[in-house]
Design a protein around this ligand. Structure first.
Ligand SMILES: [Zn+2]
Length: 309
């Protein structure tokens, strides 16, 4: 009897100890219980990959592109500075070429071929800056252009299913003095030319304000809900879930609109807090307000989304 009592006490002690270890988080409870192997949303392999650190996007290179643009100074559409930047972007985009836009403007277009020649997705940003004195547009939209340039370098040919077409839009901003209600006809000049040529694309991902500190990007209401859901899932897998809250914000007229009108499911990554903040279209949209980490969170997320399309 006494021996049995001792054995029971020891077993109880071991049990309490195990519970304590699990509760303390030292043991990967999910892995032990095999939840990752259950049927459902993901295979065991996907579950394992999801928890692995992801580093496919080089934020230092991306930030180099951001800085290079800001160093040029103001780059309004059609200016010598903008045209010089366009030549540089064309030279560095894989398969880089110009697409003429009325008013002597030019989109810069490149591509990375996928495994399936019949499939195309578009990733875009605008490379012109609002024509305001001293405005260098570090976030609006050197940030988006920088992420596009680094994605185009980092994605290797024939590693993804669809071909990724990268479009850097000219003339997104309307000329100085344009009334707000005239923006859609006076701005979005490059995207209105580009969209009809890519009406067969499966998806369009626009990167606009993606470099500001404390990045938080809700779904703007024009953005396709299903594609946005996939973006948020991708963000979760690369540890960027906090950047994309579940919230929906007001619709925004941006370079994705012509693609939506052409029938392409499209989303716009744009931090609406920045849009309502003190530095939108102001000289303080400079290097002080942007971070390489924000570029990384955006870049890793979009890369992961593209892998799953
Ligand atoms: Zn702007």
């Amino acid at each position: 009897m006494r021996l049995l009592t001792v054995v029971l006490l020891v077993q109880v002690a071991i049990g309490i100890g195990l519970v304590a270890v699990v509760l303390s988080g030292d043991v990967p409870l999910v892995g032990n219980l095999g939840i990752g192997e259950s049927a459902g949303s993901g295979t065991p392999v996907e579950a394992a990959v999801a928890r692995a650190p992801v580093d496919r996007f080089d934020e230092a290179r991306a930030f180099g592109w951001l800085r290079r643009q800001v160093d040029i100074g103001p780059r309004p559409a059609g200016s010598p500075e903008s045209r010089r930047l366009a030549r540089l972007l064309r030279a560095r985009l894989p398969g880089g070429r110009f697409q003429a836009v009325p008013g002597r403007l030019r989109n810069v277009i490149g591509l990375v071929p996928g495994r399936d020649p019949a499939r195309t997705v578009v990733v875009g940003a605008h490379y012109d800056t609002k024509d305001e004195p001293g405005f260098v547009g570090a976030n609006d939209a050197a940030s988006g252009t920088a992420v596009v340039m680094e994605l185009a370098r980092a994605i290797r040919p024939r590693t993804l299913g669809p071909t990724v077409v990268f479009i850097l839009f000219d003339g997104e901003e309307s000329p100085r003095g344009t009334a707000d209600e005239d923006f859609e006809m006076a701005g979005l000049r490059g995207s209105r030319i580009a969209a009809p040529a890519y009406r067969n694309a499966e998806a369009m991902v626009l990167l606009d304000f993606v470099g500001n500190r404390n990045l938080s990007i809700p779904r703007e209401r024009n953005s396709d809900p299903a594609l946005w859901y996939r973006l948020r899932q991708a963000a979760g897998r690369v540890g960027a879930g906090r950047v994309f809250p579940r919230r929906v914000d007001a619709p925004i007229a941006d370079d994705h609109l012509p693609f939506i009108r052409a029938g392409v499911p499209s989303i716009d990554l744009i931090d609406t807090n920045f849009l309502r903040g003190p530095c939108w279209h102001r000289p303080c949209d400079d290097l002080r307000g942007v971070s390489a980490q924000s570029l990384d969170l955006s870049g890793e997320t979009v890369f992961e989304l593209l892998r799953t399309l």
